[in-house]
Write a protein that binds this ligand. Structure first.
Ligand SMILES: [Zn+2]
Ligand SMILES: [Zn+2]
Length: 168
């Protein structure tokens, strides 16, 4: 994705209006590696600009996707997620907390293996690696993913420690 100032120019040269809200959305997305949903962008924006509408966010994201500045990812996790990283990359997806991380995998060039259909020209291959992220694994190791109060969490980790002692 281009830098916010360049996007302002690009929108204007395409005859689109650039409101302060839109400009703020460019800033929120630029270099954002969290792969936010439209709702997550809206939550951050409305904290700064309470009058903004979710519709403005949807529209701006849709226009950025249409202009090829933003990638819309549907990884089968419900909400569409948005990715400003325009370098070729793959994704690690945590099936518990739905966190998506960019990853560069040293995989061979799949185009060699994908010459099935006669004359099919492969342009890109994106892999989604599903699994459990390190924070979710830690939660699991300390008594499961149940929502616990802080006191319960402390007791939970004490239990985990005493279990560990017995095993040692
Ligand atoms: Zn996770
Ligand atoms: Zn990505």
């Amino acid at each position: 994705m281009k830098a916010p100032a360049e996007l302002v120019e690009l929108f204007r040269s395409n005859g689109k209006k650039v409101t302060p809200q839109r400009e703020r959305i460019f800033h929120i997305l630029h270099g954002n590696s969290a792969h936010p949903s439209a709702e997550a962008v809206y939550a951050r924006l409305s904290a700064e600009m309470p009058t903004v509408s979710l519709k403005t966010v949807y529209q701006t994201l849709a226009e950025l996707v249409e202009m090829g500045e933003l990638q819309a990812l549907d990884l089968g996790m419900g909400a569409t997620r948005f990715d400003p990283n325009d370098m070729a990359h793959h994704h690690l997806l945590c099936t518990r907390c739905k966190r998506i991380e960019d990853v560069e995998l040293a995989v061979p060039d799949f185009r060699e293996f994908l010459s099935y259909g006669p004359g099919f020209a492969v342009e890109s291959v994106e892999l989604t690696v599903r699994g459990i992220c390190s924070s979710c694994q830690e939660v699991q190791a300390h008594g499961g993913p149940r929502a616990e109060s802080q006191t319960d969490q402390r007791q939970g980790s004490q239990r985990a420690r005493s279990r560990g002692d017995k095993n040692a």
